[in-house]
Design a binder for this molecule. Structure first.
Ligand code: GLC
Ligand code: CA
Length: 545
């Protein structure tokens, strides 16, 4: 796969790109998210690792991505698969070593790929040295790194706070006779971000990784950093709240979503701003509305560079809600801010190929074309580029189960399918850490040899973005279009139309189809009416604007 070259760029587009790069490599760029345990196993223990990723960088270069986001790589007892960190300045032994990491960063840079590193500031593992010390005595020097409360009357919980997994946000520590707070599992004690020492520790941690030349960091669960100092009870959920909060029965108002969190994000921003070239700060802003999400951009240049658009990810895959969400996101973003779009996740919502598309190939192609043509940075979740769906795994096996949604996260974390062979090219072990999906249905080897595959659709869309600046950075303007369809301009001459309805639709435009989800229509000329069949989508170089 190394033989393929990147798309050719003109001098003009190189200049535009150079100026975009000064404003951040992610503007106009594309991020690929690989779940490291599941992507490529180099030593046959059934667990993906850093050497496995290094071995497969040629694939990512061939695909044409700009950034590679890896879920947490640090030592962890893996109660929440790496999101319970026991040492912030080291690499999980199953993943490799710091040397491997440095080599990954260097090898990726050679291919113009930046590594985006997942950092978990809201909580540590209960095995982290700070927490072990903190719980050893009330006078521990680390006691105030965490959030402790005396029991209420007759040993009751300190207040009514519930965590994101739908359980009480407090666990009792027998040794010191107090409760500690956790916004996620009891193995993830909440760090006390009101404590200046905690903030300073994280400055050092952030520097430690940014200095290694990575392209940026993804910051986990930032809405959960701060809590109400008066420990007031959360109010009951109302119809205006997210479905999660309604199911839990309360609005997570006082154990999370504190407005002062923005001061912390600004602090990180000024820290990252000292690096050249600019490092990406991608915030996991797990908030129920776009209005709340856009606040994490601050004034557009002083908080996160990109935020996690949960509302988009959770939208039904239908033209009307998508249209509203796209329109609202772009309208509410502060000037100068840049959107991020993801359709799939390693968390409860899982893969769009299943949730949005029900595994139907034509719909999967529409989803990929839509994701890669909106204005903002697309985040491709590993395996989506080959249309990998979630296998039925029967009962929950490994993943932390979200008690609240009752859904296991395993389905979207199964190993990458490289070829139709035992171990799917992911591992030589007969026991991958999670079961494999059916690699004979979707795998890289077969699809890379087939120009009509979804993999080639994705690759061609990425290549087109590199040569067609309107598509990479152009303004987005939605246009009205028939029921069931979505259509928008990008810049002067890109026009995108997607038909998610059940019947053929005609959309007024003229120009040439550059890429259609049905590849036999590539290069077709459109004089006045574009006919789009159900579950068909196109990028047109238009002459009608
Ligand atoms: C984020 C992660 C999720 C994790 C949680 C707690 O939402 O994406 O996997 O369980 O934070 O760290
Ligand atoms: Ca391994």
């Amino acid at each position: 796969m190394t033989g393929h070259s990147r798309g050719k760029t003109t001098a003009n587009s190189r200049n535009q790109r150079a100026s975009a790069a000064r404003r951040g490599w992610w503007r106009g760029g594309v991020i690929y998210q690989a779940y490291p345990r599941s992507w490529s196993d180099s030593n046959g223990d059934g667990i993906g690792d850093l050497r496995g990723i290094i071995d497969r960088l040629d694939y990512l270069e061939w695909l044409g991505i700009d950034g590679l986001w890896l879920n947490p790589l640090m030592p962890s007892p893996d109660h929440d698969w790496g999101y319970d960190v026991s040492d912030y300045k080291a690499i999980h032994p199953a993943m490799g070593t710091l040397d491997d990491f440095d080599e990954l960063v260097a090898q990726a840079a050679r291919r113009a790929i930046r590594i985006v590193f997942d950092l978990v500031p809201s909580h540590t593992s209960d095995r982290h040295a700070w927490f072990l010390d903190a719980r050893s005595s009330k006078s521990s020097r680390y006691r105030d790194y965490y959030v402790w409360r005396r029991p209420g009357p007759r040993g009751s919980l300190p207040n009514n706070w519930m965590n994101y997994f739908g359980r009480a946000a407090w666990s009792f520590d027998d040794g010191t006779g107090e409760y500690y707070m956790h916004n996620f599992s009891p193995h993830q004690p909440q760090l006390n971000w009101w404590n200046a020492e905690v903030r300073e520790e994280f400055d050092r941690i952030l520097n430690f990784w940014l200095e290694r030349g990575i392209g940026g960091v993804r910051l986990d669960a930032v809405q959960a950093l701060l809590y109400d100092k008066q420990f007031r009870d959360n109010p009951p959920a109302t119809r205006a709240d997210s479905d999660k909060e309604r199911r839990i029965g309360q609005r997570l108002k006082y154990n999370a979503n504190h407005p002062d969190v923005h001061r912390i994000v600004r602090r990180w921003h000024s820290l990252a701003a000292q690096f050249d070239p600019q490092r990406l700060l991608l915030g996991e802003t797990w908030v129920p509305s776009i209005r709340q999400m856009v606040k994490y951009y601050g004034n557009g240049t002083d908080e996160f560079d990109l935020t996690w658009n949960l509302t988009f990810l959770r939208s039904p895959f239908a033209s009307r809600p998508l249209r509203q969400i796209i329109e609202l996101t772009l309208r509410l973003l502060p000037d100068d801010a840049w959107a991020a779009w993801a359709a799939s996740t390693h968390d409860d919502e899982g893969r769009a190929t299943t949730r949005w598309c029900g595994g139907v190939p034509a719909t999967i192609r529409c989803a990929m074309l839509l994701l890669l043509t909106l204005r903002g940075t697309p985040i491709i979740y590993y395996g989506d580029e080959i249309g990998m769906t979630e296998p039925l795994l029967g009962k929950m096996r490994r993943a932390l189960r979200d008690e609240e949604s009752g859904r296991s996260r395993d389905g979207s974390r199964t190993p990458m399918q490289w070829k139709a062979a035992p171990g799917a090219g992911f591992t030589s072990s007969t026991q991958p850490w999670l079961p494999l999906g059916d690699a004979s249905v979707a795998n890289v080897e077969t699809q890379s040899a087939d120009r009509g595959s979804v993999l080639w659709l994705v690759r061609d869309l990425l290549a087109l973005r590199r040569t067609f600046d309107d598509l990479a950075v152009g303004e987005l303007a939605l246009v009205s279009s028939p029921a069931g369809t979505l259509a928008w301009h990008r810049g002067k001459s890109a026009f995108i139309a997607v038909n998610l309805g059940t019947s053929m639709r005609r959309i007024r435009t003229s120009g040439q189809i550059l890429i259609c989800t049905d590849r036999t229509r590539d290069q077709e000329y459109v004089a006045e009416w574009l006919e789009l069949r159900s579950r068909e989508a196109v990028v047109v170089r238009s002459t009608s604007r």
